[in-house]
Write a protein that binds this ligand. Sequence first.
Ligand code: NAI
Length: 550
Amino acid sequence: MTNPVKRGIELLQDPSFNKSTAFTDAEKQKLGLIGLVPDVTEGEDLQLQRVLLQLAQKTTDLERYIYLVNLLDHNETLFYRTIMSDPGRFLPIVYDPTIGEACLKFGHIYRQPRGMYLSITRRGKVKDVLENWPQKDVRFICVTDGARILGLGDLGANGMGIPIGKLQLYTACAGVPPQCLLPMYLDAGTNNEQYLHDPLYLGIRRPRPSTEELYSFVDELVEAVQELFPRCCIHFEDWAGSDAVHLLQRYRDKYCVYNDDVQGTAGIVLAGMLNATKIKGTKLGDEKYLFLGAGSAGIGLSGLICTAMVQGGMTLKEAQSHIYMFDINGLLEDARKDLFEFQIPYAHRHAPTRDFVAAIKSIRPTTIIGVSTVGGAFNRVVVETMSRINERPVIFALSNPTDHVECTPEQVYTWSNGKAIYAAGVAFPPVHLNGQTFLPSQANNFYVFPAIGMAVFATEASRVTDEMFIEAAHAVADQVPSELLNQGLLIPLQSNILEAEIQTAARVAKLVFDSGLARVDRPHDMVSFIRRHVYKPEYASETAPTSKAT
Ligand code: NAI
């Protein structure tokens, strides 16, 4: 990106063009910067050293998060240079698990506006509000209404930390250029009494509206986006479970939209399942699944596993018969009267029970998947029961942040005597047990949605389909080498995440072209096509204004 017109202090205050101590002497002369910056010319790597030095002096991850957000407010290139220099170290700071704490305190640690705040009080004027956004080629909007932030519940405007962080991962993990990304908080109020009474809360102070009122406001947003940003994909994030599923159903066949909690989580967990079956020597259709949690993540995942089983030759009904679900009111079974229509396919004939261990004993699942938000729900009895029934029980504990995880890897490997195949939603260090080293996998959707985003960005796809998430799952699974699979690793390591996502994006892009959904010409070589679109955290060599302002 080249600097349009800015010079002097105005240029230094623009994070997209500010190079801070990296302007050359010629640039300083040309751009009126002499005396406004130290009289040196540093490279990005030297600047990075200073950032690392300053980060080392911070004592908590929340302080590091605040420091990095502040860096982004001043110098976007250096921010991404930092994150992309060591994703394994920085993703847990800019995203899970630190983002959970950052959201809880969002109104208190807030410094600068970022993204857009769209209040329901602006009904009828959404298009006018969107026109205030300075970028005209917006390619992704990540939007939340703050109703179910991570496993933390209704955080209202404090949930804005999530779309901001999610979109940073598009860039940091898959190289989607940051200038085309727009984080958005759709403010429809909150039912969080604590925030409603907090003077520093940054949202409108009213309870949430009826579903009908909310959906008609979302309709206005989605339609305004089609008019103003025709190449834009809308990414729904952290909406309450039924809204997540219903809004996706409402728009998915008409517009370019997806829901990461429903589809992205499903994609990464499917990748983990594909590798779990490789370890066991089985197929997806040989497994029987019991979910703890039947909300947006559980429903999305069960649907995608069914689609994958159908691709493997089963009927949809047969595939659904392999999946059981358990929620806050017990096992989903055919006598339950409180289910949403999207849960009914998994409510099989079974006696009612609110006892998860009893359900395991009776259903005899090979795999249990925790998407319940309930920390510790997979206790010793659960893991031991699974281990008695199965030679290699598959136990995925996906809720986050960390204190909501259904069980830790240490617990699972200990209680199952090293037999369990495990994944969590957050990162855990290796576990050493009885002379063996186990590598717990992080089934975090940031392996999938940034790669899907890059594929959509590069191909200008007109829709996002389930098949794209299944292809991404296969691509992610195929990148784990067999020696690491043997140590229980189901998902690639984060150290080389950009390269992993480029490969995944290339496979998804190929599917986009094969499905006729691309809006650009088909390239010969998909991987180099994706590479050509990848953002690099380097200063443009020419930062001179392109207009007469020089
Ligand atoms: P949701 O609110 O839509 O659903 C939660 C489900 O858990 C509901 O069905 C609810 O009835 C059930 N539940 C709550 N308490 C329960 C209890 N005591 N016993 C049994 N079931 C109970 O939430 P969503 O979107 O499905 O997310 C669930 C969790 O999964 C969250 O912690 C979220 O952070 C995590 N998640 C993890 C991802 C990852 O990449 N690892 C991605 C998306 C979500």
